[in-house]
Write a protein that binds this ligand. Structure first.
Ligand code: PHE
Length: 329
């Protein structure tokens, strides 16, 4: 057995190894169970065997030492490379201050507030953690109503909530009830804000924004909804010819209910849920449904923003990628 040959091949292999994995491979080739040294079998007379054994041990020691040395070298090289890479040049000039900008969805929020204020609506704000009653029951969604599970809702488990079931509001509609219970008619309000649903893909985000609108008085009709919503869309999209249509739909808290569509580049796109507020809900406002009537709608702010700017993936809003955000200076 050519021990010297093995030693010199091992040393060369270790030197050639440029990183830890290749060094460990080389180690296995020479020192491993199936490696070159493991094949060693002493032979001949007892003296000869003893002499061979001593040479074998010396060779093995040399290889192990070389391995250890190379390991340390590689570790030092890695550290040096990292130090060089992460070096802090204190002589570099400062980057200066750059100006941030308002997020496109928040800009939509601001535009919406401005437009509805000029149409004579108040702006209200309310909690994102809601009670079951405001999110569902008060809105005519009884306990086992299918619409209740339709909204895949985040439920909140709060120990000190006194046993009151809580959720992250799946829509801004609870604000109809909150606001109406604290104000007397005429009620003209919008309530923009964050909403939450268990949903995530190119057109759904678990957190998104809606704007709720409620107009209640003694004589508010669907015609008022049509007029005021069309006016809003035309101003929002800066297009006086924008076409709007109302399509029958279903929500437990409105009767009749309608989906509002707008026409964009020859296509009808759904933009809002709406309807005449259900008498049971007017009652939960603390008002007499025989006397008071009106409408409500809820529109998605992300959707309005996407249509206005031709954005096709909702996730862009929440990735925090400056290449996207910087396009809204
Ligand atoms: N809350 C409904 C939704 O999230 C929208 C809506 C609001 C419908 C008000 C009618 C009236 O889909």
């Amino acid at each position: 057995m050519d021990l010297e040959g093995i030693v010199s091949r091992a040393l060369a292999a270790f030197r050639a190894a440029r990183d830890v994995p290749s060094l460990e491979n080389a180690k296995a080739r020479f020192l491993g169970k199936g490696g070159e040294l493991a094949a060693f079998r002493p032979s001949g007379s007892p003296e000869e065997r003893r002499a061979q054994g001593a040479k074998f041990n010396a060779a093995k020691q040399t290889i192990e030492d070389a391995l250890e040395t190379r390991r340390k070298e590689l570790a030092r090289e890695k550290l040096n490379a990292r130090l060089a890479e992460e070096a802090l040049d204190v002589t570099l000039p400062a980057r200066g201050r750059t100006r941030g900008s308002v997020h496109p969805v928040i800009r939509t929020w601001q535009r919406i507030e401005a437009i509805w204020r000029t149409l004579g609506f108040e702006v209200a704000d309310g909690p994102e953690i809601e009670t079951d009653w405001y999110s569902f029951t008060a809105l005519n969604n009884p306990e086992n109503h299918p619409a209740r599970s339709m909204q895949d809702t985040f439920y909140v488990d709060l120990k000190d909530a006194g046993g009151i079931p809580l959720n992250l509001r799946p829509h801004t509609s609870p604000m109809q009830v909150r606001y109406a219970r604290m104000h007397s008619p005429p009620i003209k309000v919008i309530a923009p804000g964050r909403t939450y649903r268990v949903d995530s893909d190119a057109t759904h985000s678990p957190m998104f924004h809606q704007v709720e609108c409620l107009w209640i008085d003694e004589d508010i009709s669907f015609a008022d909804l049509k007029g005021v919503y069309t006016e809003f869309l035309r101003r929002f999209f800066e297009n006086d010819e924008l076409e709007v249509r109302f399509r029958p739909s279903y929500f437990p808290f409105t009767e009749p209910s309608a989906e509002i569509d707008m026409k964009l580049k020859g296509r009808w796109l759904e933009i809002s849920g709406s309807g005449q507020v259900h008498p049971a809900v007017v009652k939960n406002f603390g008002l007499d449904p025989e006397r008071y009537i009106g409408f409500a709608f809820g529109s998605g702010l992300e959707r309005l923003t996407m249509l206005r700017h031709g954005i096709d993936d909702l996730r862009l809003f929440f990735d925090g990628d400056l290449r996207f955000l910087a396009q809204f200076p």
